[in-house]
Design a protein around this ligand. Structure first.
Ligand code: IPE
Ligand code: IPE
Ligand code: MG
Length: 265
C-alpha cells in the first residue's frame, strides 16, 4: 500500500478508537519472523532484524495512544532449543535495540521492565538490560515490559519457591497464600493483568506466555507475520477489543474496573 494511503488508513482507525476504553495493558506474542525470511529465501535472522523495526513502530504507536503497559514476548524458555546461530543473534538484539533506542525511551518517560530469568542470558545482554532498567526506573509513563528467557510455567514454579522460602522463614502462614500473594511473586509483580493479547503469524496458541496473567485477557490473532505487522494491525486489534463484552464470569459486562449492574442487577 502506498505510504500516503497507509497514513490515511491509520488516521481513520485512530479516529474510531474510544480513548476512554483503551486497554491498559497490551501483551504481544511477536511471531513469524522466521517464516517471513524463509518466504523471501533469506536466513531466519533477517526476519528477526526486520521484526525489530516492527517492534520500534509498535512501541511508538502504543506510547502515542496512551497505552499503560506494553508487554512484548521476545524470547521464551523454549527458544534455547533453536540452532545456536539463531539463539546468539536473538540474544544480541536487546543490546542493539537499547543502544539505539534507550535515549528516546527515556525522553518519552517510558519505564522498562523485564519478565524472565536474566541469569542465563549472555553477560553483555544482561548488562545492557540492567542499565536500561536502572536508567528508566524513575520514569512514570508507559511501562515497556520485555519477556526475555520467559516461560509462564517456570514463572509460576519460581513464585511457589519464593513463597515456600518465606513460609520456611515463618514470614507467611498458610492463610496468607492467596491468588493476590502468588501474583505478587510473579515477574509482573504489581502490573495489572493484560487486557488484550495480540499474536501475529496465524498460530492460535499461547506458547507458555503469561499463563497466570492471561486468565481473563481478550485474545486477538492475525495471520500477518510480525515483520509485516503495522500500526494498522495494532489499531484494528484495539478497535476489536473495544467491541468485546468482558464479563469475568459475571452475567454483565465489566468495563474499566466498574461493574455495570442496573437497579435490578
Ligand atoms: C518470533 O518469530 C521470534 C521469536 C520466537 C524469538 P519466530 O522466530 O518464531 O518465527 P517463526 O514462527 O519461525 O516464523
Ligand atoms: C513464542 O513463539 C515465543 C516468542 C514469540 C518469543 P514461538 O515461535 O517460540 O512459539 P511456537 O513454537 O510456535 O509455539
Ligand atoms: Mg514462531
Amino acid at each position: 500500500m502506498p505510504e500516503k494511503e497507509k497514513v490515511t488508513n491509520d488516521l481513520a482507525l485512530l479516529q474510531k478508537i474510544d480513548r476512554e476504553k483503551l486497554p491498559f495493558h497490551v501483551a504481544i506474542i511477536m511471531d513469524g519472523n522466521g517464516r517471513w525470511a524463509r518466504q523471501r529465501g533469506l536466513p531466519r535472522i533477517v526476519g528477526h532484524k526486520k521484526g525489530m523495526d516492527t517492534l520500534k513502530q509498535i512501541v511508538t504507536c502504543a506510547h502515542e495512544l496512551g497505552i499503560g503497559v506494553l508487554s512484548l514476548y521476545a524470547f521464551s524458555t523454549e527458544n534455547w532449543k533453536r540452532p545456536s546461530l539463531e539463539v546468539d543473534f536473538l540474544m544480541r538484539l536487546p543490546e542493539e535495540y537499547l543502544h539505539k533506542e534507550l535515549d528516546r525511551l527515556i525522553e518519552k518517560n517510558i519505564k522498562i521492565m523485564v519478565a524472565g530469568d536474566l541469569s542465563q542470558v549472555p553477560e553483555r545482554t544482561r548488562l545492557a538490560i540492567e542499565k536500561a532498567l536502572i536508567k528508566t526506573s524513575g520514569n512514570t509513563g508507559m511501562v515497556l515490559n520485555f519477556a526475555v528467557n520467559y516461560g509462564g510455567r517456570s514463572e509460576i514454579v519460581r513464585a511457589c519457591k519464593k513463597i515456600l522460602s518465606f513460609i520456611l522463614e515463618g514470614r507467611y502462614s498458610e492463610e496468607d497464600i492467596t491468588e493476590e500473594l502468588l501474583a505478587r511473586h510473579l515477574y509482573t509483580v504489581n502490573l495489572p493483568d493484560p487486557d488484550l493479547l495480540i499474536r501475529s503469524s496465524g498460530e492460535i496458541r499461547i506458547s507458555n506466555f503469561m499463563l497466570w496473567q492471561l486468565a481473563y485477557t481478550e485474545l486477538w490473532f492475525t495471520k500477518t507475520l510480525w515483520p509485516d505487522f503495522s500500526r494498522e494491525h495494532f489499531l484494528r486489534a484495539i478497535l476489536d477489543y473495544q467491541t468485546r463484552e468482558r464479563r469475568f464470569g459475571n452475567i454483565q459486562a465489566k468495563a474499566h474496573g466498574k461493574l455495570h449492574i442496573d437497579e435490578e442487577g
